[in-house]
Write a protein that binds this ligand. Sequence first.
Ligand SMILES: Cc1cc2nc3c(=O)[nH]c(=O)nc-3n(C[C@H](O)[C@H](O)[C@H](O)COP(=O)(O)O)c2cc1C
Length: 206
Amino acid sequence: MSFINNLNWRYATKQFNGNIVGDVQLDTILEAIRLAPSATGMQPYHIVVAHGAMKDKLIESSGQVAKMGASHLLVFCSRTDYPARGEQQIANTAQIQGVTTESLEGLKKMVWMSFESKTPEKLIAWAERQVYIALGFALAACAELEIDAAPMEGFKPDAFQEILGLPASIHPVVIMAIGHRDPEDSAQPSKRAKVRFPKDDLFSFQ
Ligand SMILES: Cc1cc2nc3c(=O)[nH]c(=O)nc-3n(C[C@H](O)[C@H](O)[C@H](O)COP(=O)(O)O)c2cc1C
């Protein structure tokens, strides 16, 4: 199928059939997330991949029990551990590009400016925007692989934080259940037309 056909095939899955997503496909989805771009390249996020009993516990706590048949639950978290994250980015860049950290002064300035120029509230909002780009890549990757996915903001981030034992600097923002659709799910596009605004509403050309 073409990419656009796959985007028409996908939908926010309400009911999954309990089948497990294979390791290779899961790894491809995670790789797409890893390759997502982010402002300054800092990737200020962390994604917990929950399965089995932990996945069930999280879904139960979210109240979205219709999603219980999902294979995995990806918990997209923002991270606000600056400047440590910036230091990691510089070290990672130096190692991958085979250069000294001293030669990365320009990058360091840009990275530091990205968190020093913002209030704590703006910093959180900035990190969360990067998280949503990663979510978008994950959704597109799932569509490509014909893996079903349900993105959700309907959950209690603080409860997830506690259940997962995450430090304060890593905060759940949005979650995505993945798996395979229940053929009975009435929300799927073959049973219920996908609703989008037309192009002349969404785009204008100048
Ligand atoms: C960021 C985000 C959060 C969402 N949160 C929920 C949610 O909590 N519960 C739910 O049932 N659907 C949720 N959805 C699904 C949307 O309602 C759905 O994507 C939208 O109506 C478009 O339909 P489609 O994805 O089936 O094409 C969410 C989608 C996104 C992108």
